[in-house]
Write a new protein. Structure first.
Lengths: 102, 410
């Protein structure tokens, strides 16, 4: 389905995740973040960029994987993206949330 | 003579040996397969072992029986792949290869989570992804008097991602049959945002948890197992109490991949999604659970991959371009208890949907719907596995690429 975010029409799924990463911009990320009362800082963007790179490489995202990567410690990750840090950060990053096969 | 070496004689490696032995010219190629273990396990059976549906003998056979004549079978531990020199060092000898197929699979790594493999391991904390774990759990369940059963996934990706859900459903049936369902509280704990994470599955199957009276705890990223107080604790300090924890620990590729510097953080080998050639070396190919491709880690996936990979090995030998053919196709039965099962058929692009399989409009198997027929299909599959699948015999009407026919795609 289509949705207008940051004055741009983009394609999203029923839960509001972008379905085409090519449509993602920093402005879109910033506006999605406001839905979660998150004001984006450099630290947020660093994590978002890392997530985008990982997904681009085809790697699976997990909380423990993020801890091991050293990009951010887990407590800070939860503090930056409260309420399910992976599902919130992936939505802001314009990539699919981690899924199973069903 | 040139050498093709296969590492791992599990589902994928054994299939490749069987495919290639009749296709590579015998005068030019010698095929060797290496695996340190003597036993070949039917891993889907590990789901049934804890509930006394299968016994030990139904899930294991001697591996040697499935390695074809004309293939050199070495039962030794693999020390390292020296990819710059096209060599494999085994415990006491070195092999040269012209082509290498990595089929070393994935396995559980319970020591990745603090306290998981602690003093309660195989006492009140169990896995069922190993033969030993499934057997220990069976013995525990036989005498367990009830309490809080927690079925838990540590992190994705895991082998057979639906198995923990099937475990919860089968547990519901098992305790009902024993007349003690009222004494058991079942909770399903997942790091994902739901038991079902895909739109159509979630709509079609959402009723199952309620029907089976299974509680759900989502977004749970485990930090540690507290053995003193029998709880699992997540990074956000959420806690879930258990009397019996059945966990799927972190799944990782084999240590040999890590030792050889060929893997990602989880020791899975970066692999081309459609050709199955390794991204780092053109004469190394990867199949089954050992790859990092975003397909399910499942026997059916390895089976479909094996058909594409066989063609690609032959193309590579002839110096021709590889086929970008593998589409992530998976075809899996999902037990839902009460002698019923679902069937799902999907690939990289299409999520599981409703429909019929393998014949459009006819079936006889139904996709994404519970049926007794699907359950028989799952049970019949054990015979197909031992007698057809790992021997590389094609399964009639089931094609390597996913068909969109007979599927309700919209």
């Amino acid at each position: 389905m289509k949705k207008v975010i940051a004055q741009t029409e983009i394609n999203v799924n029923e839960e509001g995740y972008l379905t085409d990463f090519a449509q993602w911009t920093k402005e879109i990320g910033t506006e999605i973040a406001t839905d979660y009362n998150i004001e984006m800082t450099d630290r947020h963007w660093e994590v978002v960029k890392w997530i985008q790179e990982k997904v681009n490489e085809g790697a699976a995202l997990s909380i423990r994987g993020i801890k091991k990567s050293g990009v951010i410690d887990i407590k800070s990750f939860y503090a930056l993206f409260p309420g399910g840090p992976l599902k919130v950060s992936t939505k802001i990053a314009g990539v699919p949330k981690p899924k199973s096969c069903i | 003579m040139k050498n093709l070496v296969i590492l791992g004689a599990g589902t994928a490696g054994t299939m490749m040996a069987n495919h290639l032995v009749s296709k590579l010219p015998k005068k030019e190629w010698e095929i060797t397969i290496v695996d340190q273990y003597k036993t070949h396990y039917y891993q889907p059976g590990f789901l049934f072992l804890p509930f006394d549906i299968y016994n030990e003998n139904q899930v294991k056979k001697e591996g040697k029986k499935f390695i074809p004549k004309g293939v050199n079978y070495i039962q030794k531990k693999i020390d390292r792949i020296i990819s710059d020199e096209n060599k494999i060092s085994l415990e006491d000898e070195t092999l040269d290869y012209d082509i290498l197929i990595i089929a070393t699979g994935s396995k559980i790594a319970p020591d990745e989570v603090e306290g998981m493999q602690g003093k309660n391991w195989q006492k009140s904390v169990f896995d069922f992804y190993t033969y030993e774990g499934a057997l220990a759990l069976r013995n525990k369940l036989r005498e367990w008097e009830g309490g809080k059963l927690v079925v838990h996934i540590t992190e994705m990706p895991i082998k057979c991602p639906v198995a923990p859900l099937e475990f919860a459903f089968l547990a519901d049936s098992y305790f009902k049959k024993k007349g003690m369902r009222d004494k058991v509280e079942i909770t399903y704990v997942t790091p994902l945002s739901g038991a079902f994470t895909k739109e159509k599955c979630s709509k079609s199957l959402g009723y199952l948890l309620k029907e089976k009276n299974v509680n759900l705890e989502i977004d749970f990223a485990i930090e540690r197992v507290d053995n003193e107080n029998s709880k699992i604790i997540d990074y956000a300090d959420k806690e879930v109490d258990f009397d019996l924890l059945v966990t799927v620990p972190t799944n990782m590729g084999d240590e040999v991949i890590g030792r050889s510097g060929l893997g990602d953080d989880l020791n899975f080998v970066p692999t081309h999604h459609n050709t199955l050639q390794s991204l780092a070396h053109e004469n190394i190919f990867v199949i089954g659970d050992a790859t990092n491709v975003p397909a399910s880690k499942a026997g059916s996936v390895a089976h479909f991959q094996a058909e594409t990979l066989t063609d690609n090995i032959l193309l590579y030998v002839e110096g021709k371009p590889l086929k970008e053919e593998f589409d992530g196709h998976a075809n899996c039965f999902i037990e839902t208890g009460e002698n019923k099962a679902l069937l799902i058929d999907f690939n990289y692009e299409y999520e599981p949907v409703e429909g019929t399989f393998p014949f459009a409009g006819i079936g006889p198997l139904k996709l994404l719907k519970e049926s007794v027929f699907n359950h028989w299909g799952k049970l019949a599959f054990r015979w197909i596995y031992w007698n057809m699948l790992i021997k590389g015999i094609p399964i009639p009407f089931v094609s390597r690429n996913m068909s969109t026919k007979g599927k309700k795609l919209n």
